[in-house]
Design a protein around this ligand. Structure first.
Ligand SMILES: [Zn+2]
Length: 460
């Protein structure tokens, strides 16, 4: 299997035909940027013509004065160099002997953040918001792998909330498992967007604002708004597809799941590429990265996986599988372990809240299926021994829950999703509104300076 996955795969051609068909049938083709052409059907010897270098249609650069990157500087690229295998640098450069020939003409370099990444290579670039104190600037790493065949630009972002760790590891595994010499399209990974929050193990920016409430940002706004603006303009605008990685917040955990606006046909099609991971419909939340990206024409979803402040191997593995499935369905890579289980989709969910105060003791786990009236947990009073049992009012599946902790009345303890049958799924499906999406009812415009304890539950 290793042999099949490495190098230029001889089976890639026939498989690519299938992938191309699947992608087109699912509406996944037609990316926006010059680098994001339709997934290659049957990667041929005659490859789509790449425009000569210095084309004005290249992906826009935040800093036009691109500085060339001589060679990839990180990770796997070094290993391939060490093996003596020359990495293609110039369009038309011949591939090594003994494997399928490289495309006759490679895609243009991708230019961003003042750098330029050649086809078939990877590079570590740096982003920093311009409003940081001079002399204290620390670049946030932006990892770019630019493939040898045309394809979409997929961006992976994590740790916008600096205490959410699972996504960091998901980005690392996905990014370093791909080979730019067999990649179609471009993968951009930002493992830690909120670097200062990450260093302080904090969800927030230093001014206690939540960065994910300020996109696409404003160059003359608050600190958070300026940081959001810089990141959005410098990195996000290069993306055709965006997966923003999160975990539950504040002592809550989530079943690995997508959050996506399923009323958008492009995003609905994108969600079907992730394999068997659960999908929860979620309306746009103004000023989250996902919402801002969608408004900018980028197909964007969030993955929620696990809880903050921990690295959880099982949740990480599910996230990796989901993103690899997406890359396969977009025609970027060829994967041989397809995740073909049914994909549970939830258009509605409810929060089961406590009515008493005391110690919350859960009796279900995320992912459990529950019936109407089934006990989810209880709140016990440590002094009086009173017990308030929490029961599910619906038949569904536990998508998220609070960890055992001391709670007050009204605390959102268990989120139960109401599964939609596959055959009922369509763009026209009525979308659940109102109290089922309590986080969406919150006005993010009011969040500036608000006490974090007053934030809604389980926000992205
Ligand atoms: Zn988050």
């Amino acid at each position: 299997m290793t042999a099949l996955r490495s190098g230029r795969n001889p089976t890639r051609g026939s498989r690519a035909v299938l992938l191309g068909c699947v992608a087109i049938c699912m509406g996944l083709a037609a990316p926006r940027s010059a680098h994001a052409q339709a997934p290659p059907a049957a990667k041929p010897a005659t490859v789509p013509t790449a425009t000569p270098s210095a084309t004005p249609s290249a992906t826009p650069s935040a800093t036009p004065a691109a500085k060339p990157i001589a060679r990839p500087s990180t990770g796997v690229a070094d290993a391939s160099d060490a093996s003596g295998t020359p990495t293609p640098v110039n369009p038309g450069e011949a591939a090594e002997e003994g494997v399928s020939p490289a495309p006759a003409v490679l895609p243009d370099p991708i230019r961003l953040l003042g750098g330029e990444v050649q086809a078939g290579t990877r590079a570590k670039l740096g982003w920093h918001a311009s409003n940081e104190v001079a002399g204290l600037q620390v670049d946030t790493p932006v990892l770019v792998a630019h493939g040898v065949s045309p394809g979409p630009v997929l961006c992976l972002t994590s740790a916008i909330h600096g205490d959410e760790l699972n996504g960091i590891e998901i980005v690392r595994r996905v990014y370093h498992s791909i080979d730019p010499e067999t990649l179609s399209g471009t993968l951009i990974g930002v493992p830690v967007v909120n670097l200062v929050g990450f260093q302080r193990a904090s969800r927030y920016l230093p001014d206690r604002r939540d960065l994910n409430r300020f996109f696409p940002g404003n160059p003359r706004g608050s600190l958070a708004s300026r940081v959001a603006y810089s990141f959005f303009e410098s990195v996000i605008r290069h993306c055709d597809y965006l997966v923003d990685l999160h975990t539950g917040s504040f002592h809550r955990t989530n079943l690995p799941q997508l959050r996506a606006d399923l009323s958008d046909p492009r995003i609905l099609a994108m969600t079907k590429g992730f394999g068997a991971i659960a999908v929860l419909h979620s309306n746009d939340r103004d000023r989250s990265l996902r919402s801002a990206a969608k408004r900018a024409g980028i197909a964007a979803v969030t993955i929620e996986a696990g809880e903050p402040m921990r690295l959880q191997p099982e949740e990480v593995e599910q996230g990796v599988r989901a993103i690899e499935s997406l890359m396969d369905s977009l025609g970027m890579i060829a994967r041989f372990h397809l995740w073909v289980d049914p994909q549970p989709v939830f258009y509605e969910s409810i929060w089961v809240r406590t009515s008493g105060s005391g110690i919350l003791l859960g009796s279900v786990e995320v992912g459990d299926r529950v019936e109407v009236g089934q006990t989810l947990g209880a709140v016990v009073d440590p002094v009086t021994n009173a017990r308030d049992t929490l029961k599910s009012p619906v038949r569904g599946r536990v998508l998220g829950k609070a960890l055992n902790q001391v709670v007050m009345p009204g605390f959102a303890a268990f989120r139960v999703g109401i599964e939609q049958r596959q055959q009922d799924l369509s763009v026209e499906t009525t979308v659940g509104e109102g109290d089922t999406h309590d986080e969406d009812a919150y006005d993010p415009l009011q969040l500036e300076g608000i006490d974090p304890a007053l934030e809604p539950e389980d926000v992205e």
